[in-house]
Design a protein around this ligand. Sequence first.
Ligand code: GDP
Ligand code: MG
Length: 653
Amino acid sequence: MEALIPVINKLQDVFNTVGADIIQLPQIVVVGTQSSGKSSVLESLVGRDLLPRGTGIVTRRPLILQLVHVSAEDRRKTAGDENDPATWKHSRHLSKGIDAEEWGKFLHTKNKLYTDFDEIRQEIENETERISGNNKGISPEPIHLKIFSPNVVNLTLVDLPGMTKVPVGDQPKDIELQIRDLILRFISNPNSIILAVTAANTDMATSEALKIAREVDPDGRRTLAVITKLDLMDAGTDAMDVLMGRVIPVKLGIIGVVNRSQLDINNKKSVADSNRDEYAFLQKKYPSLANRNGTKYLARTLNRLLMHHIRDCLPELKTRINVLAAQYQSLLNGYGEPVDDKSATLLQLITKFATEYCNTIEGTAKYIETSELCGGARICYIFHETFGRTLESVDPLGGLNTIDILTAIRNATGPRPALFVPEVSFELLVKRQIKRLEEPSLRCVELVHEEMQRIIQHCSNYSTQELLRFPKLHDAIVEVVTSLLRRRLPVTNEMVHNLVAIELAYINTKHPDFADACGLMNNNIEEQRRNRLAREMPSAGSRDKPVPITRKLSAREQRDCEVIERLIKSYFLIVRKNIQDSVPKAVMHFLVNHVKDTLQSELVGQLYKALLLDDLLTESEDMAQRRKEAADMQQALQRASQIIAEIRETHLW
Ligand code: GDP
Ligand code: MG
């Protein structure tokens, strides 16, 4: 079966790449009656003398024989752990210091190496006796043997005790059933090829081997019939009808072989001699069938079956490789190309970041956040919802009570009783109210500033993933933007502060909206009073104030208070509207737009320096490593894909 070696070896490379063995070659199991020549058939397939053969029951424990292909180069390598099942399969890790080309290893003797095949056979016999005794007893417990050789493919062969009817020696009464169960256990594995061995000097129609094979493989898709002992047929008979499939047809074929007789074994006839004699025998006795029988042809047939199996597995393997290749490609894309032109890359990354930053504010970013408001939309929300609502909730007369107002009026008039409500008291009081707008306005600046800071994170997380490759550049960019934002903060605060200060600087009683309010005032003074009373009812706290006015207000005082309140409210609303309008404009101009407009040049100015290039574009080690791994894998997958294509083209037909 050496023809398979190159294919399997190539596939092995594919497996090593893909990290799985999708193609598990079927294991080859021999079944048949006692002494029909099962062990002999297996042995001739392996091409080495290594199995105990003989008359009577010789094979008394299943022998699981794993063939492991090793190349000369592998032999020089250091040993891996042979008991690791993974190594058993892909075994290319071999023991140190082996000079022999081929050697064997038993599971039960651990790391002992057998380079002498007679010794191997002896060990099989010893181990059989150890468990099954020396008086023909059998045991279902398998012996595991591995043969390492450059002349084998990775394949598992199973030699089984022969079917028998009558218990002999130490055999239990139900020996027939026990052996049957044992055989069934191995051949019912759908991934096994059954070699149903029948001796030519028995009647094929009564073949126990074919009978049991049919039980598990009724369609005959994995059963191959082997007729042994063609040389031992009675004079005057031949196996023509049997070999032609006229007695029992077997889908995959019926192959006659001549193995070494007991005498040959005793005389230590070599495998090569045996093959030559077999060929001569077939030529003489069955000239028309000679090229479709014999050990060589059996091996070729098995080869073909294994090849078919491989071919059936190839599409799946190919799909898997393609999927993996696509995965690694996208991974690689994510990692980006290694940097050739550092200067260009730096500029490009800076520009990309700046663009993404601006886009996030403008709402034209590529990656739009869907789970929460972000960027420009959030700034809009801050202006109109957060800030707008807060301003609207500021009560024009909040924090003022009648006593404050009266006190202010009286203080403003000085020693003389006034005829009219003094304007000074209005100004004093209204300024006090206007001042209350400053705090929420400054808070608005703070919120927008925070959001601008958050956008940096958003950009580096979602938009410019490439940046993550260069942690230093990332940090530097964050630093520059943060400091730019920080520098804009006092300027913006100052402006907002000024906006309120401007309002305080001049109380424009000639404001058209205010004049209207004054005119209307007299008409609903009565209503005003009712409102005021309603507001003051629960405010018992006002009595605790230091100015000790607890008496009932005179009509004049009441009217004065109402007038003042009305004026304050009216004027306050005008100012609040101004502030509500102008603070967002100021924030946009002094903070948002300014940062947007200067970000690019700021970043370039601070980071695009020859001296910084190397430092900023140092990739995280992790990334360089991951890219290399992915690239290697990608290459290996490509090669695997090629190998599969080659196998499909050249080896299958
Ligand atoms: P198993 O019990 O089925 O494993 O049979 P073995 O392989 O141990 O063979 C039983 C005996 O038959 C051995 O002595 C073999 O030498 C002999 N034998 C097997 N095949 C042939 C054959 O094709 N021709 C001859 N002459 N002897 C064979
Ligand atoms: Mg045997």
